[in-house]
Design a protein around this ligand. Structure first.
Ligand code: SF4
Length: 329
């Protein structure tokens, strides 16, 4: 659990956007703006935040599906940030993603057998008979019958389609899977089945997961550690238990207060989140959360807080970016 699989340092992902009658103005959406984090082998790292905070962009940037603007992504010590398709290809075996909407991410014109065989073909794994056998194994691993191989994605329910998405992601026996809102589109009862399937497969294969979700109850069920993201930056990182019981950042406190079954356990009074997340085209100066933070003062409006390590009660590491965390815990 302690070996670091992925080290991310000061990662930036800025998307250019043109405006004006002649599209003469160019501005940048700062989707990810100076993120540093480590993902340890075998753990599930949760990444939470409101819609539009940049968490999905960060997940895709970590796999080089978006080319980072600056910063480092070290996978087993090698900086892979910005690597082209050819040098990335062997690494794709190890780094996979499960998307929110399995229907959009599965080729509707191909039967499931072809969808699951495709990554094996691309990477030159096995002969035809071995690949057919592997498809049968994958279907069994995700709890689908062998006959599913001959059907098309539209013939399945949402939960079954996500099982196919999981089967495709594990086909090459990767080390790390980014689960990008992997259960958000599913009914609550189906969500539980898919989460349990992910946990089971993680244990069986020794997988490392980056679990991205706006739903803190779901993340609590899955994650060993959690990163909280706001407007392109991380504001708090910690062990799941510590972070849920004693959140240090006012944004984390507000997110938890909005989930009654979690927020109800906490000692702090509820701090409901007011207003909307500001535009990533022009983030506020100082602390980016100051426009919505009930504790903001002049220092918060002018100076950006750095991420600092704080000691939790249990002695486990917790980091927070807030000038006033000491008096707010
Ligand atoms: Fe609130 Fe200030 Fe802390 Fe930002 S630095 S979270 S504005 S108290």
């Amino acid at each position: 659990m302690n070996e670091t699989l992925l080290e991310v340092r000061n990662l930036q992902l800025h998307f250019p956007q043109r405006s004006g009658v002649f599209l003469q103005h160019r501005r940048y959406v700062r989707a990810v703006d100076g993120v540093s984090l480590d993902i340890r082998a075998g753990e599930t790292l949760g990444l939470v935040g409101e819609s539009g905070c940049g968490k999905s962009s960060l997940g895709k940037a970590l796999l080089n599906l978006y080319r980072p603007t600056a910063g480092e992504i070290r996978y087993r010590g090698r900086n892979i940030a910005g690597l082209g398709d050819r040098p990335m290809r062997p690494l794709r075996r190890q780094l996979q993603i499960i998307f929110q909407d399995p229907f959009e991410s599965l080729n509707a014109r191909q039967p499931v057998a072809n969808i699951l065989e495709e990554p094996l073909l691309i990477h030159g794994i096995g002969d035809a008979s071995q690949r057919r056998q592997r498809v049968r194994e994958l279907l069994e691993l995700v709890g689908l019958p062998p006959q599913a191989a001959n059907k098309y994605p539209h013939e399945f329910s949402g939960g079954q389609r996500q099982r196919i998405g999981i089967a495709r992601a594990i086909a090459l026996e990767p080390e790390l899977i980014v689960c990008d809102e992997a259960v958000s589109a599913l009914d609550v009862s189906v969500q539980a089945q898919i989460l349990n399937l992910l946990l089971e497969i993680q244990q069986r294969m020794g997988l490392t997961l980056l679990f991205i979700s706006h739903d803190l109850s779901v993340v609590r069920h899955m994650a060993d550690r959690i990163c909280v993201m706001y407007l392109g930056q991380l504001v708090e990182i910690g062990d799941a238990d510590t972070l849920y019981q004693r959140p240090a950042h006012p944004y984390t406190q507000a997110l938890l207060a909005a989930v009654p079954q979690i927020g109800g356990d906490r000692e702090l009074p509820a701090q409901p989140l007011a207003g909307d997340i500001p535009s990533p085209l022009a983030p506020p100066p100082g602390c980016r959360f100051h426009t919505r933070c009930p504790h903001a003062d002049a220092q918060c409006r002018s100076s950006e807080p750095a991420m600092e390590v704080i000691a939790s009660d249990s002695g486990r590491a917790q980091q927070v970016a807030c000038h006033h965390w000491r008096k707010l815990r």
